[in-house]
Design a protein around this ligand. Structure first.
Ligand code: ADP
Length: 334
């Protein structure tokens, strides 16, 4: 998963940051969410108050962090970034909350992974801009109420359904990010290629976009790999053929499936004759967490018509068998 995984090296991270759009108008696609969000922000600017809390859901790499940064920029507010797994104790959250300034935007990535006590503290902070800090232990413990400045919480999660209801309900606005169309990804790629000083033909962009799994982060990463390939092979202009050759080298297939996607389909077809198979069994077989299979791999496979979720479990579609170069059972295979 190195190539399209979620933990890029430092240099890649810096590049990723440089390629981030800084304003809502530069943010490609997601028309609905962008429009709704711009209303929320404009209204709070007119009312001269911090924006309502915003929840962003959707698979990794679709622009949740970028949107949080844009929200802060549009509100001319400072931004604090943290994540659910980093907030294990209520005290961790209390420390962050009590140091916020008026109007500050607090971004909590993977907010569904926060610990229970922290989550409960967050309810009160979101609703009443107040927390109770417990000082001391046992019978001598006292709770000190602490007023907080009005802040805007931006939470990100791979699936809104992973959040407990009471937390979900405290967000004034929820935006669900969808996979990008190839045309939208071409826009992202064009902008990035300009910044990377790369010369790519229209067909070249089309080829990279269709292998980008509907995801801007992957599009940008593939573009950098194509740049490496072109540089080493002394190719000045990247066209469809060179883009395809480069991406074949990195084992990104024509549908953009990554190793996890393919492992899931492969396990389904070869170990279970196409299914149905329960999600947890599937996750164990591919050596991943259930949540990763469910929120990272599956949504894209379902969208591409390669996998179906049924009450009895997951099944591989005929298209999945063909994509793997296997013969489906109803055509005499397996
Ligand atoms: P997430 O937080 O959802 O995992 P990020 O906001 O970190 O995703 O986005 C990953 C990368 O993809 C960013 O570096 C950014 O450059 C790019 N990106 C995401 N969404 C867009 C978009 N709508 N337009 C242009 N680039 C985008």
């Amino acid at each position: 998963r190195e190539l399209i995984g979620t933990a890029p090296a430092a240099e890649e991270k810096a590049l990723e940051g440089a390629l981030r759009p800084k304003a809502l108008d530069d943010f490609v696609g997601q028309q609905k969410v962008r429009h709704q969000l711009s209303l929320v922000l404009q209204s709070s600017k007119l009312r001269e108050t911090a924006a309502d809390h915003v929840l962003l859901s959707g698979p990794p790499g679709l622009g949740k962090t970028t949107l949080a940064m844009i929200i802060a920029a549009e509100m001319s507010a400072p931004l604090r970034i943290t994540s659910g797994p980093a907030i294990q104790h209520a005290g961790d959250l209390a420390a962050i909350l009590s140091s916020l300034t008026e109007g500050e935007v607090l971004f909590i990535d993977e907010i569904h992974r926060m610990s229970r006590p922290a989550e409960e503290m967050l309810y009160m902070a979101m609703e009443d801009f107040r927390v109770d800090i417990i000082v001391g232990k046992g019978a001598g413990a006292t709770s000190i109420p602490l007023e907080l400045p009005r802040f805007t919480l931006v939470g990100a999660t791979t699936r809104a359904g992973l959040l407990p209801g009471p937390l979900r309900d405290r967000f004034g606005f929820t935006g669900h990010l969808e996979y990008y169309t190839p045309e939208e990804l071409q826009q992202v790629l064009r902008r990035s290629a300009g910044m990377l000083d790369m010369n790519v033909t229209t067909e070249g962009f089309v080829e990279i976009s269709t292998r980008s799994r509907g995801t801007p982060r992957i599009a940008n990463r593939l573009l950098r790999r194509v740049r490496d390939w072109a540089l080493v092979h002394e190719v000045d202009e990247v066209d469809r053929t060179t883009a395809a050759q480069a991406l074949d080298t990195y084992e990104v297939d024509a549908l953009g499936l990554d190793r996890l996607d393919r492992a899931v389909l492969h396990a389904l077809c070869t170990k279970f004759n196409g299914g149905p198979v329960g999600l947890s069994t599937l996750a164990i077989l591919v050596g991943e967490e259930t949540e990763t299979v469910e929120t990272v791999a599956e949504p894209y496979l379902v969208r591409e018509g390669l996998l179906a979720r049924t009450p009895r479990g997951r099944i591989a579609t005929t298209a999945a068998w063909h994509h793997l170069g296997l013969t489906p059972p109803d055509e005499g295979g397996a």
